[in-house]
Write a protein that binds this ligand. Structure first.
Ligand SMILES: [Zn+2]
Length: 390
């Protein structure tokens, strides 16, 4: 149900992560969140960092905000986005380097390439017993942010298949069973999060479009099974909260994984079947290539398009953003359209200032179109000329 996006016309947001402030030097490591929050220095830095992330989004004028993925550590290439969950869920133990199985992630292995660092630093625990929620503590993390703002805080989580595909399975010894066990555990965690009052939950990177684009079809790694996994992970949630399905074409170390941007077309039929209220698409980096197909084939859901690119430091102009929105409006009705970034801004690759002005561009560009459509505009304090110092 539309608990977060219903309140504004052409609502704006970002996908999730923001660059960490230089002074945010504390890390969770292997601790759980509430244990770390007992420690004075961690608590102070964490809450200051979340406040900064929220404040930047409010000053830009975004309608739906995130906690910037503040729980993730200062590691190489956003590794913690993969490892946070298995390091805290029941059933996982130990740690090993990512290796031969890594081909499934589609990352080149060769030394001398920046993505080789991504593989070298992807140290994941093994799956050694029955999976459970363990100490994910998503509700506590969401509450820590939501009590600092009146705007809805979108909470994002990794999807089960990505966890299962990145670990050695010594327990189920069956990828399908491992994925479903992780899916059940995440479902329990997310129901608690929705019951706590979280108004919007985002599932990050179901492997539907990537498998459809690569044609990697076997009995487990295929778009149909990935839809089944998605719908199992979110079961019971849409009656309580707004569910988003995030898709993009990868973002390790702020690198593109494809020489040419793949098309979403082969995946749209499957994506239309996910049990979600909103689907996000990476459309800025492709110049809006798939907008017509997306508008036609995704029928009953809202569509969040990326209007700024997380791979580049060039800040999009409001006119560029507005141009892409106008193109989308040819195929998607305004009441179905949400504006965001292609993916997270990352914690490592971009400066805070670049990320901030990209968020400002999202709002300024959207305001240009809102004005044309006679819709209420968002307040963008960052662009208020009365407060210019020059
Ligand atoms: Zn993404």
């Amino acid at each position: 149900m539309y608990t977060a996006s219903a309140g504004s016309a052409l609502p704006t947001t970002i996908i999730g992560s923001l660059p960490r402030p230089g002074w945010y030097t504390e890390n969770l490591g292997r601790r759980d969140f509430r244990e770390a929050m007992v420690e004075r220095s961690y608590r102070e830095q964490y809450l200051d960092a979340v406040s900064t992330f929220l404040r930047d989004q409010e000053v830009a004028g975004l309608d739906i905000v995130t906690d910037g993925d503040c729980r993730f550590d200062a590691d190489v290439a956003g590794h913690n986005w993969f490892s946070y969950a298995p390091l805290r869920m029941a059933g996982f133990s130990g740690a090993r380097a990512y290796s031969a199985q890594g081909g499934k992630a589609g990352i080149p292995h060769k030394p001398g390439h920046i993505l080789h660092d991504v593989l070298e630093t992807r140290i994941m625990p093994d799956l050694v017993g029955p999976v459970g929620r363990g100490n994910l503590q998503y509700s506590a993390i969401w509450k820590a942010a939501q009590r600092l703002t009146t705007r809805p805080v979108k909470f994002g989580t990794i999807t089960p298949e990505l966890i299962a595909m990145a670990v050695r399975d010594f327990h189920y010894r069956d990828l399908r069973k491992a994925i479903m066990a992780i899916s059940d555990a995440l479902n329990e965690e997310l129901n608690e999060l929705a019951d706590a009052g979280c108004k919007v939950i985002q599932m990050e990177e179901p492997q539907i479009h990537l498998l459809a684009a690569k044609g990697l079809v076997d009995e487990v790694l295929n778009p149909g099974f990935m839809v089944e996994v998605f719908n199992n992970t979110v079961r019971g949630l849409r009656g309580k909260t707004e569910i988003w399905c995030h898709t993009c074409w990868g973002n390790p170390a702020a690198q593109r994984l494809f020489a040419a941007q793949p098309s979403y077309e082969p995946a749209l039929e499957a994506l239309d079947r996910v049990d979600a209220d909103v689907i996000t698409f990476e459309t800025c980096s492709s110049g809006g290539m798939d907008l017509e197909a997306i508008g036609k084939r995704i029928r009953d859901k809202k569509i969040c398009i990326g209007v700024v690119d997380h791979h580049t430091l060039q800040v999009e102009t409001p006119e560029q953003v507005a141009g892409l929105i106008r193109k989308a409006l040819q195929f998607i009705a305004p009441e179905r359209l949400i504006l965001g970034s292609d993916c997270g801004m990352g914690r490592e690759g971009m400066s805070r200032r670049h990320a901030f002005y990209k968020m400002v561009a999202i709002v300024q560009g959207t305001n240009l179109v809102r004005r044309e459509l006679k819709l209420p505009e968002a307040r963008c304090l960052a662009a208020d000329e009365r407060f210019s110092m020059v």
